[in-house]
Ligand binder design. Structure first.
Ligand code: HEM
Length: 239
């Protein structure tokens, strides 16, 4: 058996085995840190942002010590939301992040077939579609909403934060863009949380976002093309 090496900063490091017994590595530590930093800061932004958006939510801002403190927390968590996750594309094992980006922008015919079967799957039925790779069509759409929503919410947020530096017409546009991005991301996150925490077939994915691994049974059932590719790569490496 030979051990394969990949290079990191021009130093050879062993390629980790992705399939270990009946478990398979789905997300690296960096991907999990990114996901949870992004998720927690998203909820803090949403909650404090609602206080800034409407007087209806202002009484709830006493949790933070009032609306002025909530405004500061909103801006600090906006920095975490963008900077920490952005940095993960450059530190640690960034190729996992770049591979995810490349993956989700490549939408195939099979992904569309998954998307058209998705409503049935979401409500507990079983749709017919080709075996997905690492991410299915629905997950790619969730990723795209997250990426594009983050870009629009960040750019409009920068314009609103430093309004005197920008033309008044652009500042006027920034408000509806910020709010619309927030509504779209929140709607996607509600569906996403249902799939990750409660959906009978999908909730088994949660262990992948907690300790990195999912069962090979889950991988074969939900991402057969990905599982078979990794299994082939690993057995070729072990020969
Ligand atoms: C309590 C809240 C959340 C839970 C339980 C959760 C759970 C999960 C799980 C289990 C996965 C892995 C699915 C797979 O194996 O492919 C995942 C992936 C992902 N999550 Fe979350 N998540 C939460 C919040 C968020 C938030 C707030 C965002 C964005 C603002 C987000 C964006 C993503 C994206 C882009 C992916 C990769 C694509 C996908 O699998 O859909 N998540 N999440």
């Amino acid at each position: 058996m030979s051990i394969k090496f990949e290079t990191k900063n021009q130093v050879p490091v062993p390629v980790p085995r992705r399939i270990v017994g009946d478990m398979i590595l789905r997300f690296s530590t960096g991907e999990r840190i990114s996901h949870w930093v992004h998720a927690v800061s998203f909820f803090v932004l949403l909650f404090t942002g609602l206080g800034v958006l409407s007087t209806i939510f202002q009484p709830a801002m006493t949790i933070f010590g009032g609306i002025q403190v909530a405004r500061v927390i909103h801006r600090v968590s906006a920095i975490v939301f963008v900077v920490v996750v952005g940095l993960m594309f450059f530190i640690g094992n960034p190729h996992y992040h770049w591979r995810w980006l490349k993956f989700v922008f490549k939408f195939t015919k099979s992904d569309w077939q998954h998307v058209s079967a998705f409503p049935k799957e979401f409500f507990g039925g079983h749709g017919i579609y080709p075996a997905p790779d690492k991410f299915n069509g629905g997950e790619k759409i969730n990723s795209l909403i997250t990426i594009l929503g983050t870009v629009f919410i960040t750019l409009s947020g920068i314009v609103m934060w430093w309004a005197p530096l920008f033309p008044p017409g652009l500042v006027r546009w920034a408000y509806p863009v910020h709010d619309l991005s927030m509504f779209l991301m929140t709607a996607a996150v509600i569906g996403h949380m249902y799939l990750g925490l409660l959906h009978p077939d999908s909730k088994a994915a949660m262990s992948g976002m907690l300790n990195g691994y999912v069962s090979t049974k889950f991988a074969r059932a939900h991402h057969a093309q990905w599982y078979e590719r990794l299994e082939k790569e690993q057995s070729e490496r072990d020969e």
